[in-house]
Design a protein around this ligand. Structure first.
Ligand code: CU
Length: 203
C-alpha cells in the first residue's frame, strides 16, 4: 500500500514537472506589421493558421461585441473558432446585426435580428473566416469578427505591433487579415525563447 502510494505520488510529480517543462518551452511570437498603401497598421489580425491534426476545444469565454454610439465596438474582434460572441445593444435605438457572408461564402450569411437597448443575442462562430458585421437600420455601421482556426491570435496596436503569447514550439504559418489590405502569410518557427516576426501588409 505504501509503495503504491509512493508510485502514485512519483507519477504525479513527474507529470507536474513535464507540464512545467512544456509551459516553459512555449514562446511568444511578436513583431510589427508594416503597411503599404493603407492608412493605418492598427486593427490587423495576426494569427496562426490551421495546424494539421490539431483540434482545439471551443473556448468558454464569451466576448462581447457592443453596439454603442452607433458603432460596433471593438471595430475588429478576433476569436478562436467555436467561440460564442455576445452582441449587446447599448444604444437607446434598436440595432440590427447581420453578415452577408463569411469570407465570401454566402451560405454562411446570418441575420440575428433587431433588438433594443440592454439586450443581447449570442452566436457561436463555428466557421473559420471573416464575418463583416452590418446593421440594416444604420448603413454606416460596420465591424468585423475574424474567426481564427487556432487560439493563437492577436490584433495590432496603433503602431502595428502585436504579440501572440504561449505558443508551443513548432513550425507554423502566420496569417494576417485587415480591413483594407490583402491577406499576408509567412512561415514562422517558434523556439523556446519565442520568435520575432515582422510582416508587411499591402493594399
Ligand atoms: Cu444600427
Amino acid at each position: 500500500m505504501r509503495s503504491f502510494r509512493f508510485v502514485v505520488k512519483a507519477v504525479a510529480f513527474t507529470g507536474a514537472l513535464l507540464l512545467m517543462a512544456g509551459e516553459s518551452l512555449a514562446g511568444d511570437i511578436k513583431g510589427k506589421v508594416s503597411v503599404q498603401g493603407i492608412k493605418s497598421a492598427e486593427n490587423i489580425a495576426v494569427y496562426i493558421d490551421a495546424i494539421p491534426d490539431k483540434k482545439f476545444e471551443a473556448p468558454t469565454a464569451k466576448p462581447v461585441m457592443d453596439q454603442t454610439k452607433m458603432t460596433f465596438s471593438p471595430h475588429v474582434m478576433v476569436v478562436q473558432v467555436g467561440t460564442t460572441v455576445e452582441f449587446l445593444n447599448s444604444d437607446p435605438v434598436g440595432h440590427n446585426v447581420y453578415w452577408p457572408s463569411i469570407s465570401g461564402n454566402k451560405k454562411l450569411a446570418h441575420n440575428l435580428g433587431t433588438w433594443p437597448k440592454g439586450e443581447k443575442k449570442s452566436f457561436q462562430f463555428n466557421d473559420v473566416g471573416v464575418a463583416s458585421l452590418l446593421c440594416n437600420v444604420h448603413p454606416e455601421m460596420n465591424g468585423y469578427i475574424v474567426v481564427s482556426p487556432t487560439p493563437y491570435f492577436a490584433l495590432t496596436d496603433k503602431s502595428g505591433k502585436y504579440e501572440i503569447k504561449n505558443v508551443p514550439p513548432g513550425k507554423y504559418t502566420l496569417k494576417t487579415w485587415s480591413e483594407e489590405g490583402k491577406v499576408t502569410t509567412q512561415a514562422v518557427e517558434v523556439g523556446a525563447g519565442g520568435v520575432t516576426a515582422d510582416l508587411t501588409v499591402k493594399k
